[in-house]
Design a protein around this ligand. Structure first.
Ligand SMILES: *Cc1c(COP(=O)(O)O)cnc(C)c1O
Length: 384
């Protein structure tokens, strides 16, 4: 008897059952702005800054709500060009190229640089978009232990000698908050003839003397050939860019399919990002307030014996282990009006589910104390 093809409704139901059984079912919460947000990535509090909204509205009025076409057709406007120049300047590179999202910047860059022959070396905890980018390129990623330079060195030494090599790492690790050793990665990459690509999504605007991130002007193109930054986090808007040499950017314009085959970013968003860059340059006190908040939170959390990691960035995870524990803690905090992410596999390794607490320049002491008070009550209240 001929068997019939698997039915789609059953396929979807099976996947849902499997995910629920593992405690990994994801739900979108409709964010109400009344909640205290310790979950987002708006580290400088710029997303709701009226100056950005005003620039965005003015940009839309002047240039239209949408770009109307891809960059290579007729969607590349003066405001995009101006933004690319400013971003390149911020991170001390000859050129920058705008992408619609960070996810697409990573897909496009890896797909344009790599093929099945390329040797790609990735930190184990790299962002999903970096792993997916290598897949899109048909390249195999070898993954080195998290921040382990000796492991990377060993893997590079074993790679076929004629193949082009690319070492790829997050700058600030998005679920852990720790920072890559950029100098160390650059030295090893150079020694093995590899290019280094850093995704500084969470460092840009926050780290560096000018908010230029953990790479920025401190490490030039000779150390980090490919630098990715995103604009939806500390910069408060949306989109992303890749910065590097003239040759790199031209290569991406020619070959990065997620750049070529998509509509350019709405001009208002680019105008808002220009306003965000002005704020970042004019108000270094935002970065100082953020640093003060991080120090205060860590000091108080340590007194409460909370399971802190050694992150000095705004990402302060409390690793709880089981997915259920992370969900329960996040649920209790939500009842107290505090929004915190419960991060579970596959976003983090199995057994390392966590609360991902993020801090902002615009949290005041009262906000932080409310969070700390709620966290202090949790270990006693929650029993398995
Ligand atoms: C958020 C993030 C991205 C994706 O950026 P989007 O602009 O949100 O698509 C890429 N890399 C890292 C490390 C991130 O944290």
């Amino acid at each position: 008897m001929a068997s019939s093809p698997q039915a789609w409704p059953q396929r979807l139901a099976d996947a849902a059952t499997w995910r629920r059984a593992q405690g990994l079912w994801r739900e979108r919460l409709t964010s109400t702005r009344g909640m205290l947000d310790f979950a987002g990535n708006d580290y400088l509090g710029l997303a709701a800054d009226p100056r950005l909204a005003k620039a965005q509205a003015a940009g839309a009025r002047r240039l239209g709500a949408g770009a109307g076409a891809s960059h290579l057709v007729s969607g590349h406007l003066e405001v995009h060009e101006a933004l690319e120049r400013r971003l390149a300047e911020l991170v001390g590179r000859p050129r920058a190229l705008l992408f619609s999202t960070g996810y697409m910047a990573n897909l496009g860059t890896l797909q344009a640089l790599c093929d099945s022959e390329t040797q790609v070396f990735q930190d184990r905890l790299n962002h999903a978009s970096l792993l997916d980018g290598a897949k899109l390129a048909g390249a195999r990623s070898r993954r080195f232990h998290h921040r382990d330079l000796d492991d990377l060195d060993r893997l590079l030494a074993r790679a076929p000698s004629e193949a082009a090599r690319l070492v790829v790492s997050d700058g600030v690790f998005s679920m852990d908050g720790d920072v890559a050793n950029i100098g160390g990665l650059a030295e090893i990459s150079a020694r093995h003839g590899a290019w280094l690509m850093i995704d500084d999504a969470h460092g840009l605007g926050v780290l560096g003397a000018h908010g230029d991130g953990c790479v920025g002007r401190a490490h030039g193109v000779e150390h980090v050939a490919v630098l990715v930054g995103t604009l939806g986090k500390a910069l408060g808007t949306g989109g992303a860019f890749v910065a590097g040499s003239e040759a790199l950017i031209e290569h991406l314009i020619q070959f990065a399919r997620p750049y070529v085959y998509t509509t350019a970013q709405p001009p208002g968003v680019a105008a808002a990002t220009l306003a965000a860059l002005d704020v970042i340059a004019a108000e270094p006190e935002r970065r100082e307030r953020l640093r003060d908040n991080i120090a205060y939170f860590r000091h108080e959390a340590a007194r409460l014996d909370l399971p802190l990691t050694d992150s000095f960035t705004p990402i302060q995870p409390l690793v709880l282990g089981e997915s259920e524990a992370a969900l329960r803690w996040a649920g209790r905090l939500r009842e107290a009006g505090l929004q915190v992410g419960a991060i579970r596999p596959p976003t983090v390794p199995r057994g390392e589910a966590r609360l991902r607490i993020t801090l902002r320049a615009t949290h005041d002491r009262e906000c932080l104390d409310r969070l700390l008070e709620a966290l202090a009550r949790l270990p006693g209240e929650i029993t398995r």
